[in-house]
Design a protein around this ligand. Structure first.
Ligand SMILES: Cc1cc2nc3c(=O)[nH]c(=O)nc-3n(C[C@H](O)[C@H](O)[C@H](O)COP(=O)(O)O)c2cc1C
Length: 147
């Protein structure tokens, strides 16, 4: 059974909420899944999994959620060759049209630089995360099917 890790960074709980939905979708799709808050995750840990899913909200003007900053910087020494990856995150298009979910794009580019294969289009959630449960589940199932 392929092993996946979902690492999330969340200030007000929205990304954490989505992470829980995505974890259950990945499990439903047949993956063995571990979920961790980025603040309690060593960068080197993620290399132990076949699938790496990162979830991060965007703060400031297009910046990573605070807890993700250190992790992101340490990813420069990480090799994810042969691993599959995908990124999700909530944002607010109306208030931040120019930097909507920018953190998701930053992480996707970083994963590519680490050598990971991006297996799903990034999942960007605008506004209330509770309305995105079905979409989040479907996104997770698509990832599981692609493994
Ligand atoms: C001060 C502030 C800055 C924000 N900046 C952005 C931004 O640049 N782009 C964006 O898409 N959303 C932005 N947001 C919206 C958050 O990403 C959104 O509320 C998200 O759901 C928070 O998720 P979290 O609780 O997991 O941290 C901002 C919100 C606040 C309060």
């Amino acid at each position: 059974m392929a092993k996946a890790i979902v690492v999330y960074g969340s200030t007000t709980g929205n990304t954490e909420f989505l992470a829980e939905v995505i974890v259950s979708g990945l499990k439903e799709g047949g993956l063995e899944v571990v979920t961790k808050n980025v603040s309690e995750t060593k960068v080197s840990e993620v290399a132990n999994y076949d699938v790496v899913v990162l979830g991060c909200s965007t703060w400031g003007e297009g910046e990573l959620q605070d807890d993700f900053i250190d992790f992101y910087e340490k990813m420069k020494d990480l090799s994810l060759a042969g691993k599959k990856a995908a990124v999700f995150g909530p944002g607010d298009k109306e208030s931040y049209p120019d930097t909507f979910c920018k953190a998701v794009d930053l992480l996707k580019e970083k994963l590519k630089k680490c050598g990971a294969e991006i297996v799903a289009e990034s999942f960007k959630i605008d506004g209330e995360v509770e309305k995105a449960i079905e979409d989040a589940n479907a996104w997770a199932l698509r990832i599981a099917k692609s493994i």
